[in-house]
Design a protein around this ligand. Structure first.
Ligand SMILES: [Zn+2]
Length: 340
């Protein structure tokens, strides 16, 4: 098969479009012909190399996949069924898995991280990870959905307990997680504010943000307070990290919850403990989401209540250009590789 692999860590130039061995089916596994694979920041971390995580090399990235079933394994689906893939990989037998908290599985992994992913014509996955998609949902849209909407669902619903009327601040509203969080927060009846680069503000508002504040200039925590009559946000959706952390915390109302799922600008952050206890804030970590959560979120995609924003569709052979665009934060929504 054709695939984009890297044989050593480095910049986008290490990505090679080349022949790779076809994956082989095994017990409990399925083979899928990949039609579309969306990029995530995780792909960039994998390519650069992640501290204390040894990736098998050469490596094929890609966690967000849609395609056609070639070998259904024990899934019960017919060959040829159009599917998207649950990006989480779980053992299924540990205490967390048995308890429905499979994103806390003792051997939790993400498709394309320790195993080969979707920057390829074929991928092998556990057969429980196949989710059939309706005919009217195209591969590109389906590939743009799982990781970011699952992540945003876990952050908003499970970790932060979003309720109708909550004020939700979404950092970087034009990012993959940002556009998912805005749409889900609106779906649950929240008032949504977002930050973005000024050039992305109009499109961020179109997604459902009431007001969009400058992500880079000024102090959006003051903007949030002004927009809420001095109160602040009930929930802040963070994934930017170091560059925005302090302003995100200061955006919170008394009793507010900040949920973070990433640190694209760096992991170092300080917390004013007096603010933390006196204002009764909650700082919550979040990583991916569970099988049940993706099953709960998928109908919103299928009936069009949420629509993943696709920035650009790029042929697999140009994966390096696609990663550069993500690295430069030039995109609005998801960049999707078209395959086959
Ligand atoms: Zn487990």
């Amino acid at each position: 098969m054709k695939a984009v692999r890297f044989h050593e860590h480095g910049g986008p130039e290490v990505l090679r479009f080349e022949d790779a061995p076809d994956p082989v089916a095994g017990a409990g596994r399925a083979i899928v012909r990949v039609r579309a694979c969306a990029l995530n920041h995780l792909d960039l971390w994998e390519r650069r190399g992640i501290d204390r995580v040894a990736l098998p090399l050469p490596h094929i990235s890609g966690s967000d996949i849609a395609g056609d079933v070639v070998d259904p394994g024990g899934s019960g689906l017919a060959a040829g069924t159009r599917v998207m893939l649950q990006p989480g990989l779980r053992c299924g037998v540990c205490a967390a898995c048995r308890d429905g908290r499979d994103n806390q599985c003792v051997s939790y992994d993400v498709l394309g991280l320790q195993s080969d992913g979707g920057y390829a014509e074929l991928v092998s996955v556990p057969d429980e990870n196949l989710i059939a998609i309706p005919d009217h949902v195209d591969y590109t849209t389906a590939a743009a959905f799982p990781l970011t909407f699952l992540t945003a669902w876990h952050m908003l619903v499970t970790r932060a307990g979003v309720r109708a009327g909550d004020v939700v601040l979404v950092l970087a509203g034009g990012s993959g997680v940002g556009q998912a969080a805005i749409q889900l927060a609106r779906h649950f009846g929240a008032r949504v504010f977002a930050t973005s680069a000024p050039a992305k503000a109009g499109r961020t508002r179109d997604l459902g943000a009431e007001m969009v504040f400058d992500h880079y200039g000024g102090d959006f925590s003051k903007d949030v307070r002004r927009a809420t009559g001095g109160r602040g946000a009930d929930i802040a959706i963070e994934h930017v990290g170091q560059a925005t952390w302090d302003r995100s915390v200061r955006s919170l109302a008394n009793g507010g919850r900040l949920v973070t799922c990433g640190a694209t600008t760096g992991p170092a952050a300080a917390v004013n403990l007096q603010h933390l206890f006196a204002r009764q804030l909650s700082l919550l970590g979040s990583y991916m989401g569970t099988f049940d959560e993706l099953r709960a979120a998928a109908p919103l995609l299928f009936d069009g209540r949420v629509v993943p924003v696709v920035d650009e569709i790029v042929p697999l052979a140009r994966a390096a250009d696609a990663q550069r665009r993500l690295e430069d934060k030039a995109q609005f929504g998801k960049i999707v590789l078209a395959i086959g």
